[in-house]
Write a protein that binds this ligand. Structure first.
Ligand code: FAD
Length: 473
């Protein structure tokens, strides 16, 4: 009997997975599956131990789900990408595989690995079929009138919406469940540090992820646009960890949006949440279209000449949440505790690192990756380059978030700050956004640091360096 093989990577789900559906279409083929972990690659991407644990648990859940469909999931660990490719080829030969089904990954190394495997397997008459299961659309169809790829978000979004309107959203064939299996299967732990995460916040498995999507779309999507910027409210979906490793797909999100907001594509009926899903699409699209992004280089060439100061004491204070700016510190402590940070705080803390502490955005980018349970290169790189004014469609270099103003606007009563900096509880709420002046005036001894920099001065000095570098490029 011929064998179809599903190669799982960042698509750890059975439903709405085009590679899985295609592999199961022909009943005369036996179907098996494989996942190969690559700890060295993860290390070079600074993958967070919490994310490694999240992948591990979701992989176990996937294995136990697949067994009901009579699909055995094999797992393996290879140190490097090349070793993974070689192992994969041998595996195909050993198991008499005829066809391989997979969803594309878009980064440079991943594409090179896939091309290498494809070339070798083709010679052995084993065929590979790729699908765009991690995106709403194939990146190749989203082109402007001159058939060029987009670099700016607004026209990109317009084009995506146009294509989405015409998209056939019929679900790919559902797998038939036919096997009753009660024993719990497990997997050997990865040779990579794994740190437990709060499973009450990030429950494991695609069923729970889908349930969260459903509840979010039922209860919160309508008010999302109004509430999403306030970090003390749980008003966002918290679905990013699932989307990042493919336990959930953006098409599933779109389908739920359409159930709740049927005329979402008409311009008068805006849906802010769909907008965010399209931002994700934009960053995946950029990675797929511009291989240079995979190298973590600044896109605007002149910004590569910025003489970053990279002061290590400042960097450590930022990482630990000890800068003396409460909204920054609360955000960083949320990241360190949960492995997740609210989007507004990601923007404020990133801007502060780059534009006030004057530290190279890549150091912040790597630190985020090393902590985020939802870390993914496309979104992380895209957003860091946006905030640092170094990338496509990025914010102008003179846009600098003022932490105190942001704090007053989005955490006016200090509810979020106090959750992560309880030592500030004794300070009057009106002073919580900039407590140091009050602490000095009242001569009290607090276990909270003084601001490590003068905000106004740092803004002025660093802006002048940005302007100088821009003018001489
Ligand atoms: P929701 O507000 O519910 O949004 C729904 C989904 O849309 C998210 O799950 C995410 O997949 C997508 N999304 C939302 N905002 C963005 C955005 N700005 N860019 C791209 N996709 C978006 N997101 C990641 O998934 N991984 C990262 O590594 C990552 N790094 C970031 C770094 C910085 C400096 C910044 C400013 C943002 C980063 N984001 C990243 C984007 C965003 O902060 C998170 O996706 C969001 O906070 C996740 O929470 P949620 O699932 O509740 O989002």
């Amino acid at each position: 009997m011929y064998v179809n093989l599903i190669w799982f990577r960042n698509d750890l789900r059975t439903l709405e997975n085009p590679a899985v559906s295609a592999a199961c279409q022909n009943n005369t083929f036996k179907v098996i599956a494989i996942y190969i972990a690559t700890p060295n690659q993860w290390r070079s991407h600074h993958m967070a131990p919490k994310q490694a644990a999240f992948i591990y648990h979701n992989l176990i859940s996937l294995k136990n789900e697949l067994v009901h469909f009579d699909i055995k999931l094999y797992t393996h660990q290879s140190s490097t990408f090349l070793n993974a490719a070689l192992y994969f080829i041998k595996f195909c030969l050993k198991h008499d595989v005829k066809n391989v089904f997979y969803n594309y990954e878009y980064m440079l190394n991943e594409c090179e690995r896939d091309n290498l495997v494809k070339k070798h397997l083709h010679r052995k008459k084993i065929f590979m079929y790729g699908f765009h299961g991690s995106m709403l659309l194939s990146p190749h169809v989203v082109k402007n009138k001159k058939n060029k790829t987009y670099q700016v978000y607004s026209p990109f979004k317009k084009c995506v919406l146009k294509h989405l309107k015409q998209l056939n959203l019929a679900s790919p064939m559902l797998l038939k469940k036919n096997i009753k299996y009660k024993k719990m299967l497990t997997i050997r732990p990865f040779c990579y540090p794994m740190e437990e995460f709060d499973q009450t916040i990030f429950p494991i498995g695609e069923k729970r992820a889908l349930y969260r999507l459903k509840i979010f779309c039922t209860n919160k999507i309508i008010r999302y646009g109004l509430h999403r910027n306030f970090p003390y409210l749980t008003s966002t979906s918290l679905l990013s960890p699932y989307l990042s490793i493919g336990v959930l797909s953006p098409i599933q999100c779109l389908k739920y949006i359409l159930k709740k907001v049927p005329n979402v594509f008409s311009l008068s009926k805006k849906c802010t949440w769909l907008n965010e899903i399209i931002w994700r699409e934009f960053y995946y699209y950029l990675i797929a279209s511009y291989p240079i992004l995979s190298k973590n280089q600044s896109i605007k060439k002149w910004t590569e000449k910025i003489p970053w100061k990279n002061n290590n004491i400042y960097l450590e204070a930022w990482k630990k949440g000890n800068t003396g700016f409460p909204i920054i510190d609360a955000g960083m402590r949320q990241l360190n505790t949960l492995g997740w940070m609210h989007n507004r705080l990601r923007m404020i803390t990133a801007s502060f690192l780059v534009k006030n502490l004057f530290i190279d955005w890549r150091l912040g980018h790597n630190y985020f990756m090393s902590k985020l349970i939802d870390g993914n290169f496309a979104s992380n790189n895209g957003n860091w380059q946006w905030i640092s004014s170094t990338g496509y469609n990025s914010t102008p270099y003179f846009r600098i978030f003022n932490p105190e103003i942001q704090s007053k606007k989005f955490d006016c009563l200090g509810k979020f700050i106090l959750q992560y900096i309880p030592e500030l509880k004794k300070i009057p709420i009106s002073e919580i956004h900039n407590p140091h002046a009050w602490i000095i005036k009242n001569k009290v001894n607090f276990n909270y640091p003084a601001p490590i920099i003068n905000y106004k001065l740092s803004r002025k000095n660093n802006l002048s360096v940005f302007i100088k570098t821009y003018n001489i490029h």
